[in-house]
Design a protein around this ligand. Structure first.
Ligand code: FDA
Length: 392
């Protein structure tokens, strides 16, 4: 069989690329080894798919080359995807901080993409593993479990390593290496952090305790959002976000009360409730079990009147800058994304085409571009897919 464009991976990026190329009149085939397309879309956003973010800028993406994503993001914007969603009459809402979710179900986004594929005469085949891709003259010969396919362009949209149980593989990275591309070290991102040693001992039975707002910091990067204690460590949006910036050995700090000047607050509390113990006072601001545990294991607890001003100020400073030692991450099993991947140095930022192998493209998560939590990763999948679909 011969097609113009063969897309490997029927996920967010692959389907968008196929739709865009199909609309240009290209004959497109999408292959996926999983039993159905768009599995990660289906499970995303708690089943409601946080499909984009109104505030997308290149600054919310991590990459060895922070400029690479600019062109594609500028040429396919959140407004473009929203227009598509509205054309398909899918109801959506803004949850917070520009994050757009379906009112009903992620299934509607997959349905929309498949309907668009059908309209653009794109064929999508699932349950089809790829055995080998080789260059054959000007085009490619791709051997699959269902036979050999010849294609002028091959678009690799096979995603990253996160959630292997959903069909994630290192296929895209291996293919990139086979064609001479550099692949930057990969690691799990947007992932809960684990604790060990005394930190795990002190806090593991707080599993389920949550703070509505904390600020997790690594170096100059900080994220202010919810924090959650888990059986193995810490999670919640602030931790997931900072996990993409954290590497083993990095100094992680958490401001447990970013919206309240604790120094001032403790002085006021001492004047108002001099006989109250610090742990009970703090329990009015933080979850009670956490306040108690921090006082037992790290601070102290005596009646407020026994603390001098400087002691309260010092305590406040420590609570605004809690040094919690993470031992690692929960890994790809629970990570939302994979950091690193195909080095953007080898790709055109306008088209995602390989600089050394004409006709070969890499899009979506397999590329070394990773977004923050909040719809940024899908926007990269749509934008990079669109860029390649216009060129392939
Ligand atoms: P994606 O992983 O979507 O697709 C790759 C496809 O390639 C898969 O269908 C896979 O089966 C196929 N494939 C892999 N190897 C293959 C092989 N050898 N042969 C054939 N096919 C192969 N982002 C966001 O912006 N908002 C959100 O709400 C969420 N929520 C979310 C929840 C969870 C639990 C996870 C794990 C992730 C998210 N994400 C997210 C991240 C988002 O899902 C991710 O960034 C995109 O799906 C990446 O799109 P891709 O198309 O690049 O890969």
């Amino acid at each position: 069989m011969k097609v113009d464009v063969l897309v490997i991976g029927a996920g967010a990026a692959g389907l968008m690329c196929a739709i865009t190329a199909g609309r240009r009149g290209r004959q497109v085939l999408v292959l996926d080894h999983a039993n159905k397309p768009g599995k990660k879309i289906l499970m995303s956003g708690g089943g409601r798919c946080n499909f984009t973010n109104l505030g997308v800028t290149p600054a919310q993406y991590l990459s060895a080359n922070p400029h690479f994503a600019k062109s594609a993001l500028a040429r396919y914007t959140p407004a473009d995807f929203i227009a598509l969603v509205e054309r398909h009459r899918i109801a959506y809402h803004e949850k917070e901080q520009g994050q757009l979710f379906c009112d009903e179900s992620s299934k509607l986004i997959v349905r929309m993409l498949l309907d668009e594929c059908a309209a653009a005469k794109v064929r999508v085949e699932t349950g089809c593993g790829i055995r080998q891709v080789r260059k054959s003259g000007e085009s490619f010969a791709v051997s699959t479990v269902k036979g050999e396919i010849h294609a002028d362009s091959v678009v690799v949209a096979s995603g990253g390593l996160s959630i292997p149980s959903m069909g994630a593989t290192g296929f895209g990275y291996e293919l990139a290496r086979q064609f001479g591309h550099n692949v930057l070290a990969t690691r799990a991102g947007l992932v809960p952090l684990t604790l060990s040693g005394k930190h795990q001992e002190h806090y593991q039975d707080l599993a389920g305790v949550a703070l509505p707002v904390a600020a997790a910091k690594v170096g100059k990067q900080a994220f202010r959002a919810g924090l959650l204690f888990t059986h193995r460590g810490i999670s919640g949006p602030s931790v997931l976000q900072i996990s993409s910036y954290w590497q083993p050995g990095d100094d992680l700090r958490i401001d447990l009360s970013p919206e309240q000047d604790l120094g001032q607050w403790l002085l006021v509390q001492r004047a108002a409730r001099p006989a109250a113990e610090l742990r009970n006072v703090l329990g009015d601001l933080l979850p009670k079990r956490l306040a108690q545990r921090l006082c037992e294991r790290w601070l102290s607890s005596k009646p407020m009147r026994q603390y001098r001003d400087a002691e309260l100020r010092d305590m406040a400073a420590r609570l605004h800058d809690w040094p919690i030692v993470a031992s690692g991450t929960e890994g790809y099993r629970t990570a939302e994304v994979t950091l690193g991947g195909v080095d953007t140095d080898g790709l055109s930022s306008a088209t995602m085409q390989s600089k050394q192998v004409p006709g070969l493209y890499f899009i979506g998560e397999v590329v070394d571009v990773t977004g923050w939590l909040g719809g940024y990763n899908f926007q990269w999948a749509w934008a990079s897919g669109h860029a390649a679909g216009e060129a392939a």
